[in-house]
Write a protein that binds this ligand. Structure first.
Ligand SMILES: C[S@@+](CC[C@H](N)C(=O)[O-])C[C@H]1O[C@@H](n2cnc3c(N)ncnc32)[C@H](O)[C@@H]1O
Length: 448
């Protein structure tokens, strides 16, 4: 008779095989369609399975070009000639051998070589096995070879993107951005001012969370597994907010804020943080969002953080508001190239056409937002992209048209760390080890 322990082991093994299979299928879909669609959390038995799945998916997507190069070296074949099942199985195997300290190399190989059979290509098993074993044998020389390749291969970015950033920011900054894009995103949080920050930190540490980079309003957490089930999060003491967005929210500190409108509000991070920081000053806070699904997410967040903001479903290009606002925030839809750390698929899916198309919408949105600002009120334009077309060019074009009513408020070192100040008075943070890429411009409306 089999012991129950043995049965459990088999079940666990099947389960982790299933996670790899799901990742393989979703990666094949990505290779076919260019669309990364992550499976929902509910489709996994446990948090640890889901974490492992996301680690595999985002690891392969993040390092795709380098993995393709290594696969070419191992197989001696142009990757275009390989079956997508081979490419994806080898990429999954390599990411486990390179990055997954939790799985022993032999286990990673043994599990990965089962993938072709599960993908209806059992005859590929030997080929996958031989190449993964070759990798473990020749790892050092393969690494040395890969490190000598061009930046696009070493850091897995397209040459077009590297050329663009080099033209915009120079070679050194571009290399820093590319390296930063491969650092796993930190979980950065701000503390609700209604709670004592030190007490929150002590409680988190007592529960085994590693709190780092403590600063005026928040900190980062290095081992967040389980954090969102804690009482502290459930009671609304903590909000996820990247450091660059924390900087941006400080830009409005000294401005009048009786009536505030966030025109592109979901999921609500900036809005809730602004409400926390400036609670005593705000009398009316409106959260506008076009997407029904994202509006629901926004509503859920507003509820769980007991926000007083009023959610409104509307297209910001046809806003229904009859009153002007002291402060209008336009956190515009953009290409998101500043968020590649969190969304590595952006590396492979953006092109100059996207930047130009976004620019047109951003200018229209900025023009509409302008009508909603009170005389002497302010308009804060924010994006999470690095691309000039969507940042400076949008604001320049807007100001050219509306210089009669709007002027740029040149940011200075009293408002933002000089590291992120541009010569012409914008906030620009290029992706780094502790910040997502982000751009902001503050505009002021003149009197009637
Ligand atoms: C960058 S996200 C906003 C992030 C949000 N401010 C936060 O901090 O959580 C942009 C949002 O704008 C919404 N959006 C895009 N076009 C819009 C439009 N024409 N009117 C209103 N919302 C729009 C998108 O659905 C998306 O939720």
């Amino acid at each position: 008779m089999k012991s129950p322990r043995k049965k459990r082991t088999v079940k666990k093994k099947d389960q982790s095989r299933n996670v790899r299979l799901k990742a393989a299928k979703h990666l094949i879909r990505w290779v076919d369609s260019g669309q990364v669609v992550y499976g929902p959390r509910e489709s996994f038995i446990s948090d640890s399975d889901y974490t492992f799945y996301k680690h595999l998916m985002s690891g392969v997507v993040r390092h795709w070009r380098r993995l393709e190069y290594i696969i070419g070296l191992l197989t001696g074949k142009p990757v275009e000639k390989l079956d997508k099942e081979v490419l994806v199985s080898l990429a999954l195997g390599l990411i486990q051998l390179e990055e997954d300290s939790r799985t022993e190399p032999y286990a990673a190989i043994n599990e990965t070589v089962e993938l072709p059979a599960l993908l209806n290509k059992p005859y590929l098993k030997g080929f996958i096995n031989a190449n993964l074993r070759r990798y473990t044998r020749d790892r050092d020389s393969i690494r040395k070879d890969t490190e000598r390749q061009m930046l696009g291969v070493v850091t897995s970015h397209t040459d077009e993107m590297i050329d663009r950033w080099t033209r915009q920011f120079g070679a050194e900054r571009t290399e820093q951005i590319c390296n930063a894009n491969n650092i796993l995103p930190q979980l950065q949080m701000v503390v609700n001012p209604a709670f004592d920050k030190q007490a929150v930190i002590s409680e988190l540490q007592k529960q085994g969370f590693q709190v780092d980079d403590v600063h005026e309003t928040g900190f980062s957490i290095e081992n967040p597994a389980g954090l969102f089930d804690t009482l502290l999060v459930n009671r609304g003491a903590l909000l996820v907010q990247d450091r660059s967005f924390q900087d941006v929210n400080k830009l409005v500190a000294s401005l009048p804020k009786t009536r505030v409108l966030d025109l592109c509000a979901a999921p609500g991070g900036k809005l809730i943080h602004i409400e926390w920081e400036y609670a005593g000053e705000i009398e009316l806070l409106v959260a506008c969002e076009i997407s029904h699904t994202r509006l629901n997410l926004l509503k859920q967040n507003l509820k769980s953080y007991q926000s007083k903001a009023l959610p409104v479903q509307s297209d910001a290009l046809a806003p229904p508001f009859g009153i002007p606002f002291d402060l209008v925030i336009l956190d515009a839809p953009c290409s998101g190239t500043g968020t590649i750390r969190k969304h590595p698929e952006i590396k492979w899916s953006r092109s100059p056409t996207d930047f130009e198309r976004n620019q047109k919408v951003q200018i229209q949105l900025l023009e509409k937002s302008a009508d909603l600002v009170k005389p002497q009120g302010h308009l804060l334009y924010v994006t999470c992209t690095l691309e000039n077309e969507e940042n400076r060019s949008v604001v320049d074009q807007f100001l050219k048209e509306r210089s009669d009513r709007f002027q740029l408020v040149r940011l200075d070192s009293s408002m933002v760390d000089t590291e992120y100040l541009t010569d012409d008075g914008y906030y620009q943070c290029l992706t780094s080890a502790d910040r997502m890429g982000c751009f902001a411009a503050l505009l002021k409306k003149s009197v009637d």
